[in-house]
Design a protein around this ligand. Structure first.
Ligand SMILES: N[C@@H](CCC(=O)N[C@@H](CS)C(=O)NCC(=O)O)C(=O)O
Length: 229
């Protein structure tokens, strides 16, 4: 049995979870927050990033490595084409999306989603880079109707987790969704995928955990205010 460790608020965690669900692989989930100082966790994921998995008494980190392992270990319900070059084209899209879209957009998340602040210099640099990288991603992606062509692949698990996050982050920070502005209609794409049970489960779990976190934060604030009165 595979254990998926991390949290449902993480887009990389959800990328792996979508693949597990799409492939019908049995798994359990273990909540693991980022930045752990626990030795066992750091041995599994040395930078404290999530997700990682536990499998056969070992651990594996890095979402793309994990989904490639799952694809090789559980070949039924394939999420890569059988042809090696076609499979490499899907991986090419995954790599491009992670390196040039997600990792660049990620610099905005602190301000967009977590109440932090990003310097004006960083905002300017990220905007310039995304304005170059997003049209490049669009050139490589197919959206026909799936990210890499006519069937659901690993690239969709990655795109579903990354494009809305980067689109929303840019909308919050710049007042403009740079993903949509580059002609990538991620809202229509997400809607097209919306009926898939895997994605419904991922969304429901994220919503449940986001609401629980908000309730816990509100309760903590109320308790602190009560203590001060
Ligand atoms: N390249 C890693 C990235 C994972 C990652 O950055 N996860 C985020 C959560 S979405 C995280 O753990 N952030 C905490 C950190 O970077 O310290 C992967 O594909 O698994």
């Amino acid at each position: 049995m595979i254990t998926l460790c991390g949290m449902s608020l993480s887009n990389y965690y959800n990328k792996v979870k979508i693949v597990l669900l799409e492939k019908g692989i049995p798994f359990t989930e273990e909540v693991q927050r980022t930045g752990s100082k626990d030795e066992a966790v750091l041995n599994a994921t040395p930078l404290g990033k999530v997700p990682f998995i536990k499998v056969d008494g070992q651990t594996l980190c890095e979402s793309q490595v994990i989904v490639d392992f799952l694809e090789a270990r559980f070949p039924e319900h394939p999420l890569l084409p059988a042809d090696p070059l076609a499979a490499a084209k899907v991986r090419e899209l995954c790599a491009f999306m992670e390196l040039y879209v997600e990792l660049v957009g990620r610099e905005l998340y602190a301000e967009a989603f977590f109440g932090g602040k990003v310097s004006d210099g960083s905002k300017e640099r990220v905007k310039k880079t995304l304005e170059r990288n997003l049209p490049a991603f669009k050139r490589l992606a197919r959206f026909a109707p799936y990210a890499a062509g006519d069937s659901f692949t690993l690239a969709d698990a990655a795109a579903y987790a990354a494009l809305p996050t980067v689109g929303n982050a840019t909308r919050v920070v710049y007042g403009e969704d740079l993903v949509a502005a580059a002609g990538i209609d991620w809202k229509a794409y997400v809607k097209m995928l919306g009926d898939r049970p895997s994605l419904q489960r991922v969304n429901a779990d994220r919503k449940r955990d986001t609401e629980a976190m908000a309730a816990a934060a509100a309760a903590k604030k109320a308790a602190e205010a009560g203590g001060q009165a």
